[in-house]
Design a protein around this ligand. Structure first.
Ligand code: SER
Length: 325
């Protein structure tokens, strides 16, 4: 049963989070009430599951036309340039990440949309933030353009809520691990690539050093967190910038050990590149007590449970593909 009479636009629906969030929202709201959109082609997993439009969020007029034409009442804005790619083209990353958000917030204000979701990231934290159990409110001096854009974006969300009453909500996602749709251009992407490489070649060349601990989360937890935050009563939401949430923290060495429980001969090599400096500027673990208190956040996956589930699903996909060949 659809949850309520809302019509949702997902921007960036073909990306790593977008695919799974679109499918989860379609389950909640009904297939036809969730319009997927992206600059890219429709992701194969979304085909025939609901409406899709090709859309450039930077074109505010076209975005506005779609919102009116489709009677949209909520927007989930997931399109962004991530940390590693952002460092290669800082101006473009800033422009894309900021202008996209401002276009959506402005349309939400003008059209009195019910809700907006926009993700922030652990990348808002910088070298001066506490490394362990980094709190919700602390010293925040991001050193990547991605982190700067996310932190500035958090304050724009807060501003639109306070000044115009736009019900915009946000989470600072840790590195996200998934098997359905690949990430692109992030510093935490190694923790996704490693599973497929382990399965295909029994080895992986890691671009971070072996003891680099980072906050991470399995995608089913991240999707559930997003839906729980968006479904929470507005009066419970005390943070209108973005919530810290925590899943697990591990190093490349630890994920390799967990993979070896399935593939004992798995081989890992380390050759740190420019992404190491980005990883070193971020905290190793996150304090999410405010999210727990406000909307009952609780993760379900630890490293081993995630590894078991990743291999189950990747193996099933591999068998399916081989059968189809
Ligand atoms: N996964 C992101 C990145 O590595 C962090 O939010 O850029």
């Amino acid at each position: 049963m659809p949850l309520r009479k809302d019509k949702i636009l997902v921007i960036g629906a073909s990306g790593q989070i977008g695919v799974e969030l679109t499918l989860a929202l379609r389950k909640q709201y009904g297939n036809n009430n969730v319009v997927a959109s992206d600059l890219r082609e429709e992701n194969a997993l979304l085909k025939d599951t609901g409406p899709y439009v090709s859309l450039d969020m930077m074109n505010k007029e076209m975005l506005h036309v779609q919102v009116i034409r489709q009677n949209i009442t909520q927007i989930y804005l997931l399109a962004a340039m991530l940390s590693a790619t952002g460092e290669k083209n800082p101006n473009l990353a800033w422009h894309l990440n900021m202008q996209g958000l401002l276009n959506v917030l402005d349309i939400a204000r003008e059209e009195k949309l019910h809700k907006v979701y926009w993700p922030s990231s652990i990348a808002v934290f910088g070298p001066t933030s506490p490394k362990i159990n980094c709190p919700q409110q602390t010293i925040i001096e991001p050193s990547t353009v991605y982190g700067i854009s996310k932190y500035a974006g958090e304050f724009w969300c807060n501003y639109y809520f306070n000044r115009y009453g736009v019900d915009v909500r946000s989470i600072r996602y840790p590195g996200l691990i998934s098997y359905k749709s690949a990430p692109g251009g992030g510093t935490t992407d190694y923790a996704v690539e490693i599973y497929q490489e382990a399965l295909d070649h029994n080895k992986y060349n890691c671009f971070l050093s072996e003891n680099t601990y980072l906050p991470m989360m399995y995608m089913p937890d991240a999707i559930r967190a997003t839906l729980e935050l968006m479904n929470a009563p507005a009066e419970n939401i005390s943070i209108r910038t973005a919530y810290n949430i925590s899943g697990m923290s591990f190093s490349p060495n630890e994920i390799a050990e967990s993979i070896k429980t399935h593939l004992p001969d798995f081989n890992m090599h380390y050759k740190a590149d420019s992404r190491q400096a980005i990883a070193d500027s971020w905290p190793q673990s996150i304090d999410d007590s405010v999210a727990k208190k406000d909307w009952g956040w609780k993760p379900q996956y630890d490293l081993q449970k995630m590894t078991d589930d990743m291999f189950n699903n990747l193996k099933a996909t591999k068998t399916l593909n081989q059968d189809q060949d």
